[in-house]
Design a protein around this ligand. Structure first.
Ligand code: FE
Length: 274
């Protein structure tokens, strides 16, 4: 099988979310509606409290999983399952909203840097109305593989025989945070049928002969392995892959189902306080 090449480079779109938080959306825009099973990728990153202080007050989700990876900062999470999350630098949260969760995600800092990602992972039709579930891991609980010029944090999936902290049984998500010293190389085997992307958030890197600018999502083409090389300043990126569901997607804001009728039901249930 061939090495995966870059199929598409997708610039981010600045969007105001929550109560007025600036996020940079890379999946879920007109340029890339979704990348099955991924519905949305938002990168948030700012040293300016005005861009994050408003946070994300109570709001609902149904039909998918939210995966939050905190690079820098401190957020408090509360949800209708009774979870109180404390997300700090380097920590990760996997929340299976499924049949429905109402939650808030609010900053616990009034200055300094807030930086991270939120990924929405779709659920198969058979799981959309299942009971919600929750996994949260602090930085120290996330396995790290350090090998010379390469440092890999294994959030989900497997790298070099090391299993990630988060278990995603539905679409077998791989989620790695990879740091490379200048000129260092990195390879990862990926299941051929899985969709995958890279998002460089520091420095510069390339895949084969294609340079990857920072803050640009790179959709990977078909193949069974991806090979990266860092540029002169080194790089840090996330590599994410998952098994596509090949099911119809009907989205209305925070509800993602398979049919319009299911969306209407989600709205009716939310209004009724279910
Ligand atoms: Fe949310």
């Amino acid at each position: 099988m061939p090495t995966r090449a870059i199929q598409q480079l997708v610039p981010t779109l600045a969007v105001s979310e929550g109560a007025g938080v600036t996020v940079h959306r890379a999946i879920g825009t007109p340029a890339l509606r979704n990348l099955d099973p991924f519905l949305m990728l938002d990168h948030f990153g700012s040293d300016d409290p005005d861009e994050y202080i408003a946070g994300f007050p109570e709001h609902p989700h149904r039909g998918f999983i939210t995966f939050t990876y905190m690079l820098d900062g401190h957020m408090e999470h509360r949800d209708s399952m009774g979870n109180q999350g404390d997300l700090k630098s380097g920590g990760a949260q996997w929340m299976k909203a499924a049949s429905g969760v109402i939650h808030s995600e609010m900053p616990r800092q009034s200055e300094g840097r807030m930086r991270g990602f939120q990924l929405w992972i779709n659920l198969p039709a058979s799981e959309k109305m299942a009971a919600p579930a929750y996994q949260e891991f602090a930085a120290a609980e996330i396995p790290e593989v350090a090998d010379g010029d390469v440092r890999v944090r294994v959030l989900a999936g497997e790298h070099s025989g090391v299993l990630g902290a988060v278990r995603d049984p539905h679409t077998e998500v791989l989620y790695l945070d990879v740091g490379l010293a200048p000129g260092a190389r990195f390879e990862q085997v990926l299941p051929v049928a899985h969709n995958a992307f890279i998002y460089v958030f520091e420095g510069d890197a390339r895949v084969a002969d294609t340079p990857l600018p920072t803050h640009t999502l790179a959709v990977l083409g078909t193949g069974d392995v991806v090979a990266m090389q860092a540029g002169a300043s080194g790089t840090r990126f996330i590599l994410v892959a998952g098994r596509p569901l090949h099911e119809p997607i009907v989205q209305y804001g925070p509800f993602v189902m398979n049919t319009r009728e299911e969306i209407e039901q989600a709205l009716a249930d939310f209004r009724a306080g279910l």
